[in-house]
Design a protein around this ligand. Structure first.
Ligand code: NAD
Ligand code: 0WE
Length: 266
């Protein structure tokens, strides 16, 4: 029996079969969880529904996290269909494309800042509010996805780094608030993975190859790496872990000499 048998998980953030949320869904399904999925708009509905069906899920719904009414409607549907919820996966981030292009100061407008923080951080608080009553009396778990740009300046990540720093603080404040109700809240800081959100980021391929040269494991991380850690963190195996950011990055963030030695030097 899988270590998530009997758990019901709501997955927010699947866009394609390369989405990190999809890697998480596959791992959770393998471990016996029952899944529900949201899609951001009608275009994504066409992509997400067949993916959901392939994991035996018929529970899919629209959810743009910037619209309060859609959050309410999603939880009303979950309450009607399931009555309760064990796991929420938040794998959503967005900043206007111009905000991720060029230098930080030049690229960061008031509106870009607002949108990045609304979609990428506030949405976790809003989704946690809806999940709380459905998780009452159960060992609930919330999980979000973050990136090293929260802690270090990374060229081009720009205002998304500020939004991820806010998201990581959000994890700690939610953990403190919801812990007494038995709900754990954690984040995974993933190394770069080629997803839809990464497509079209200038220099992303080069970033992948540099990380694979420098990281202790000498490779990039996979959807399976992140999915397995996510399944663990949302299971009762991780019952003592909350308010934590777990790095799934092949160790990249732990090294301080960020260039490989030339052949023969070591
Ligand atoms: P992705 O494009 O597959 O997923 C991003 C998701 O965000 C999409 O499903 C998109 O529909 C959704 N989204 C955007 N705006 C939304 C809104 N207003 N309402 C609801 N959903 C919305 O890309 P991904 O890389 O799988 O991203 C998932 C998470 O992983 C993000 O938080 C991202 O920051 C994080 N992350 C990604 C990487 C990477 O290198 N790919 C690394 C670390 C962390
Ligand atoms: O969080 C992310 C990317 C999130 C993202 C991506 C886009 C592209 C399309 C947010 N908003 C948008 N807006 C769009 O219009 N990552 C962790 C992936 C990523 O993005 C980078 C990275 C990495 C890694 C941008 C610059 C440098 C590194």
């Amino acid at each position: 029996m899988g270590f998530l048998a009997g758990k019901r998980a709501f997955i927010v953030g699947v866009a394609t079969d390369r989405s990190i949320a999809w890697g998480i869904a596959r791992a959770m399904h393998r471990e016996g969880a029952e899944l529900a999925f949201s899609y951001v708009n009608d275009k994504m509905k066409e992509r997400v529904e067949p993916l959901a069906h392939s994991l035996g899920s018929r529970l899919t719904m629209p959810l743009d996290v910037t619209v309060d009414g859609q959050i309410d409607a999603a939880y009303e549907l979950l309450k009607r269909e399931w009555g309760a919820l064990d796991v929420l996966v938040h794998a959503v981030a967005f900043a206007p494309r111009e905000a991720l292009t060029g230098n930080f100061v030049a690229a960061t407008s008031r509106e870009g800042f607002r949108i990045a923080h609304d979609v990428s951080s506030y949405s976790l608080t809003a989704l946690a509010r809806g999940a709380q009553p459905l998780m009452a009396g159960r060992a609930g778990a919330l999980l979000t996805l973050t990136y090293l740009g929260a802690m270090r300046s990374i060229p081009g990540y720009n205002v998304m780094g500020l939004a991820k720093a806010s998201l990581e603080a959000n994890v700690r404040f939610l953990a403190a608030d919801l812990g007494p109700a038995g709900i754990r809240v954690n984040g995974i800081s993933a190394g770069p993975i080629k997803t839809l959100a990464a497509a079209g980021i200038p220099g992303f391929r080069k970033m992948l190859s540099r990380v694979a040269e420098i990281a202790p494991l000498r490779r990039n991380v996979t959807l399976e790496d992140v999915g397995n850690t996510a399944a663990f963190l949302c299971s009762d195996l991780a019952a003592g872990i909350t308010g934590e950011i777990v790095y799934v990055d092949g160790g990249f963030s732990t090294v301080g000499m960020s260039f490989p030695l030339e052949a023969g030097e070591g």
